[in-house]
Design a protein around this ligand. Structure first.
Ligand code: PAF
Length: 283
C-alpha cells in the first residue's frame, strides 16, 4: 500500500499493535542496496514500512536536491515485489508544513554533537546531519518502528543515528546492513546514475583504494599515514579527493594505530559526482 499522509500511516500502524514493525528510511531511487535492507527487515519483523522522501533539509544550497532522482512508481513496484507492507511517500509540505517550507528558521532541528559532525562528510556538508537526524526522528515518531535499517555505506550517518537514539532514549533498535557492490566493486548508490561509463570506471578507484588499505593492514602495516599514502597510486586528475580517513568504526575517533576496530572511509568527486565508500579493516 502507498500512502502520502502522516495520518494514514498512523491509522494503518495502529492495527499492528501485536506485530514487530521495521522501518527502512530511504530517499527513493531504490537499488539492490536498499532491497538488501528491505530483505533483512522482512527477516526480522512482521511488518515492513519503507519511507521514500527526498528530504530537502539535509541538502545544502549548492547540492543536488532538485536533480536527485525521483522514481516513485518504480520504487513502489520494487517494494511490492519484496512484500513491503506500507510505502510512505510524503511531500515536503506534509513533513514540514507549508509555512516551514518557506524558511527553516521556524523548524525545530535535532542537532547531533559537533564531535561527530565536524569530520568526514559533515565537514563539507554543513547542516547535513541536522537534516538527517531531524527527518529520521520524525519518521521514528510517525511509524514507531521496533527496528530501523540503515546501510553501512553511510557509516557516519549510522554512527550519528545510533548516538541520537541512545542520547534521546528513542525506543528503536538500529540495524546496520553491509554495503552492496557491483561485481566491479563499485558501491551501489543512487548517485551512480549521474556517472558516464568512463566515470564508473574511474569511480572504481574508491573501492580499490579501500581494499588495498585493508590488504596492507592485514600484512601488518598499522601506521595510519603509511596506510593512507597507499591511495595515491590510484588517484588521477579525474579524481577530486575530499577525504580519506582511518578512524574507530564505533566512535569515529582518531586512532594512534590502525586496529581491528578501524574503518577506512573515502569521499571523492568523479565527474563532479560526490561518491563515498568505506571498509572495516578488521573484517
Ligand atoms: O540515507 C538516506 O537515504 C537518508 O539520509 C535518510 C536516512 C533516508 C534520511 O533522509
Amino acid at each position: 500500500m502507498l500512502v502520502h499522509k502522516i495520518e494514514e500511516v498512523k491509522n494503518i500502524t495502529k492495527n499492528w499493535k501485536d506485530c514487530t514493525i521495521a522501518l527502512v528510511p530511504t530517499m527513493g531511487a531504490l537499488h539492490e542496496g536498499h532491497l538488501s535492507l528491505i530483505k533483512k527487515a522482512k527477516e526480522v519483523c512482521d511488518k515492513v514500512v519503507v519511507s521514500v522522501f527526498v528530504n530537502p533539509i539535509q541538502f545544502g544550497p549548492s547540492e543536488d536536491y532538485d536533480k536527485y532522482p525521483r522514481t516513485l512508481d518504480k520504487d513502489y513496484e520494487l517494494c511490492s515485489k519484496e512484500g513491503v507492507d506500507l510505502v510512505f511517500a510524503p511531500s515536503p509540505a506534509e513533513m514540514y508544513g507549508e509555512e516551514q517550507m518557506l524558511s527553516n528558521n521556524t523548524l525545530t532541528f535535532v542537532c547531533p554533537p559537533f564531535f561527530y559532525v565536524n569530520k568526514l562528510c559533515g565537514k563539507t556538508r554543513v547542516g547535513h546531519f541536522d537534516g538527517v537526524c531531524t527527518v529520521v526522528l520524525k519518521l521514528f515518531n510517525i511509524v514507531q518502528p521496533d527496528y530501523a535499517f540503515f546501510g553501512q555505506k553511510d557509516a557516519q550517518q549510522v554512527v550519528i543515528i545510533k548516538k541520537m537514539v541512545h542520547d534521546l532514549n528513542v525506543p528503536v533498535k538500529i540495524v546496520q546492513c553491509p554495503i552492496i557492490r557491483e561485481a566491479s566493486g563499485l558501491a551501489l548508490s543512487s548517485r551512480n546514475k549521474y556517472l558516464s561509463n568512463d566515470g564508473k570506471k574511474n569511480a572504481l578507484a574508491l573501492s580499490q583504494i579501500l581494499n588495498n588499505i585493508r590488504a596492507c593492514y592485514k600484512k601488518g602495516i598499522t601506521d595510519i599515514a603509511a596506510l593512507k599514502e597507499t591511495a595515491y597510486g590510484y588517484l588521477t586528475e579525474k579524481h577530486d579527493l575530499e577525504y580519506l580517513e582511518i578512524l574507530d568504526k564505533n566512535t569515529l575517533e582518531e586512532q594512534k594505530k590502525a586496529d581491528e576496530n578501524s574503518i577506512a572511509l573515502i569521499a571523492c568527486r568523479v565527474e563532479n559526482v560526490r561518491l563515498i565508500d568505506n571498509i572495516y579493516l578488521g573484517e
